[in-house]
Design a protein around this ligand. Structure first.
Ligand code: MD3
Ligand code: FE
Length: 206
């Protein structure tokens, strides 16, 4: 990891198999209150290839009309998002190095071989000093991390089930994306499904 990637931490195999299964059950519980919805791109209305839901006081969403934003309610059910699971709050305390708790846990579902996430930055939060903490479950993904400018050189690596990524410091602002998911790489879910859980602080703590 170069100096450029300062603040970026990959913790391979942070969660073992039993904990992955327990986290997947937590996701199923979230889905009962807040099912996956189909996010669409601002202006174009292009559907994303990843489906989403959230846990926490605030959830990240996007649709054609409103664009990227955080809101307190599920866009279809109009009910509050369920709470962030305790295992994830404990993870944030263990690796986040940030005093205030996370407010949002975005659940990304890569449901097919065509699911991907284009190169982007996460810029919708008002607490840019807080890290982003992410957990991968299921199929292995090819993840790409660049720099603060879209044209910066990128490096790619695989994220496997149970891996944790912490984006702190400068890396918090770097371009990143998911190029593909690999079939038959995990027995946690039917291939080639992958779930990524991403915790964020959205508002500035008092
Ligand atoms: C690097 N999710 O939800 S998680 C996202 O695997 C997102 O679903 C990807 O990018 C996924 O916004 C990647 C790891 C991650 C999350 C946030 C980052 C990497 C990041 C923010 C800055 C740099
Ligand atoms: Fe992102």
């Amino acid at each position: 990891i170069s100096a450029m990637k300062e603040g970026f931490k990959l913790l391979p195999g942070y969660f073992g198999r039993a904990q992955q299964e327990s986290l997947l059950q937590d996701v199923r519980d979230i889905l009962r209150a807040a099912p996956f919805y189909q996010p669409t791109m601002p202006k174009s209305g292009q559907p994303m290839s990843v489906k989403m839901t959230n846990a926490g006081a605030l959830g990240w969403m996007t649709d054609k009309q409103g664009g990227y934003r955080y809101q307190a309610r599920h866009p279809v059910k109009n009910t509050p998002w369920p709470p962030i699971p305790d295992t994830l709050l404990a993870l944030w305390d263990d690796v986040g190095g940030y005093d205030a708790p996370p407010e949002a846990c975005l659940v990304n579902w890569y449901h097919g071989e065509k699911s991907r996430m284009g190169l982007h930055r996460d810029q919708d939060e008002d607490a840019p000093d807080a890290p982003v903490v992410s957990v991968s479950l299921g199929a292995t993904a090819l993840f790409r991390l660049g720099g603060p400018n879209r044209r910066d050189k990128t490096s790619s690596f695989r994220l496997s089930s149970g891996d944790v990524v912490v984006l702190g410091g400068k890396s918090r602002d770097f371009f990143h994306g998911v190029d593909r998911v690999y079939p038959e790489t995990s027995t946690l879910m039917p291939s080639p499904q992958r779930i990524n859980l991403t915790m964020r602080r959205v508002t500035r703590p008092d």
